[in-house]
Design a protein around this ligand. Sequence first.
Ligand SMILES: [Zn+2]
Length: 469
Amino acid sequence: MMPSDLPLHNPVYAGCYAWGRRQVDQRRKAPGRPSTGRVVKDSTQWLVMLPGRLPAYITEQEYEANLARMAANQQTAAVPGAPRDGAALLSGLLRCGRCGGHRMSVRYPDGSGAGRARSVHGYACAFYQANYGTGGTCQHVSGPALDGYITSQVLEAVAPAALEVSMAAASQAEDERAMLDKLWRQRVERARYAAGRTRRQYQLAEPENRLVTRQLEADWEAALAEAARLEADYQRFTEEGPAVLTTAERTAIQALAGDLPRVWHAPTTTQADRKELLRILIQDITVNVAGDSEIVDVTITWAGGHQTTGQAVRPVGRLDQLTYFPALLARVTELADAGRSNGQIADTLNTEGFRPPKRTSRFTGEQVRALITQRGIRRQAKGRPTVLTSLPPGQWSVPGLAAELGMPVPTIYTWIYRGWITRPPRPRKPVLDHHRRRPAATRTTPAQGTPARLLHPSSMGPARTRNRQ
Ligand SMILES: [Zn+2]
């Protein structure tokens, strides 16, 4: 048997009679070897193809599906840059939830199919782009985030505890079925009894009572028909019943489930193995990015048709794409107002479960500083911000002085510009030196120690910025 003649390829298993599948290609014929040069032709070129002529082991649809699946597998292997052992775990499984279930394709890190190079693989639906040449990709999800989410879902679904639940549900279903079966048998029994009784009544009737016997005969016939109908229905009920797992099968499944996480993460398990396993367990996965945010709604259709839904989190480019951006902004403002340093704010955010965009997992003080600058969050602490305690007496940072005097930050910069307060050349962060105006360089509260002119700038010049709070 040639490799291409494996049961899945041969149409005879679908009940089709075919002739001329292999034809001789003269160009491939080796001189002096009569059996060479035969090639398997595409089904459209077969000489004879008669469906439904032979007993079928699989339906024609199953046969077609097999061929399509094999072709798909072959294509995956043949596409350059997409090795079978590639990093993308979900290739071929993803469908786009935005444009009606079109297949999503894999984008590999080399940037194939996309403008700029990517550092990790991703999944994209390019339906509109490919078919109408308009717009960008329909949606794009970073690969590692989605791969990780699906893996966790699969391992969770086959975890021993989860299996315990589904097996308990299955045995409950079996119990219910046993009860139904009992009811069915009782109904059939009653119908048979009724048929027997009408038969006896008919047999006991005096033959001269023709009208009575005719009626009894009709009753008997009806009872027989009813019993036959119920028996047929009961037969169908038993045939439709799902296969019941044997104890040995249950034990095997449980052992396998306990092993799966270990097998999944084992260094000897290849990505191709994992893909294979996913394809056994999962029929397809529909993903839908919520707006432009980090949330991805995921619907997994498991083999057998059962669906589960959940949310994965994808990295996004900007902070304001995050669904919790308003909450984040409010928290940062609150913490800044309380006089926390950027580093402290970052730590608090991390502890409270806020996550930055992109692929970093923790906020840094630098990110917080950038956010505070961009969004114009100012420290308007009632007391002196704790960060300032490290500065030598008589010196303030710009926000510190603004807080100290209760003035807007831009006003302080205006004063620096006019030379009313000085800023030392180093360090680069504006640290204000008060000495020029007030040689007594002790730390003072604004009410006592700040020069009256600083507290009331309007008396010295324009106060444009004063009320811009
Ligand atoms: Zn789409």
